[in-house]
Design a protein around this ligand. Structure first.
Ligand SMILES: [Zn+2]
Ligand SMILES: [Zn+2]
Length: 186
């Protein structure tokens, strides 16, 4: 693809496509948001927990964030808050900077490569609405004591353990009927 007017380097896009596994518009949205975060937070990659991204969806675009910005679930600096919206919040704990980008309605007349080209080259305000994060700055990961489920014997952090009939149980053994609905991760 012709990437002359793109906001990101060709190699960045190729890296994201390689990571994600296919070329798609969703990935382009994620890469565009990640490149904007790189620029504003003045970083290449989020190596530690100082830079945090809250993603509100678990669709293709999250892979753009992971590939380019380096925020990952494993490092604890990619947090999934499932409102289902195409929105990302970025936080820099050290400098107390944060912003949220929410994708605007997709242009109906643009498809495939044309749409990707548009996402990667149009002014940011055409692609995203910018605002303040709707969720607060995430706390740094705390070390939690590990508790063994009294039914299956598997260990989990105490924040994930519940009490059922006087026993400490894991979310698996608690069963779907008893689990909190929807709010658990918000
Ligand atoms: Zn995709
Ligand atoms: Zn259990």
């Amino acid at each position: 693809m012709e990437t002359i007017n793109w906001i990101c380097k060709k190699e960045q896009w190729e890296k994201a496509v390689d990571f994600h596994g296919h070329v798609c518009g969703g990935l382009a949205l994620g890469v565009r948001a990640a490149v904007e975060a790189q620029r504003r937070l003045r970083i290449e990659r989020a190596e530690d927990e100082e830079i945090v991204c809250i993603t509100e969806n678990d669709a293709c675009c999250v892979d753009g964030i992971q590939a380019i910005l380096g925020c990952t679930v494993g490092k604890g600096n990619l947090i999934y808050r499932g409102t289902g919206k195409l929105a990302f919040s970025f936080f820099d704990r050290r400098r107390n900077i944060s912003f949220r980008l929410a994708a605007k309605d997709k242009k109906e007349d643009l498809h495939g490569e044309e749409y990707i080209d548009y996402v990667m080259s149009a002014p940011l305000e055409e692609i995203f609405t910018e605002g303040k994060p709707r969720a607060g700055m995430p706390e740094p990961a705390r070390h939690m004591a590990s508790v063994k489920c009294q039914i299956c014997g598997e260990a989990a952090p105490e924040s994930r353990i519940r009490v059922m009939d006087g026993k400490l149980v894991c979310l698996d053994c608690l069963g779907p009927v008893h689990r909190e609905r929807g709010w658990d991760r918000l």
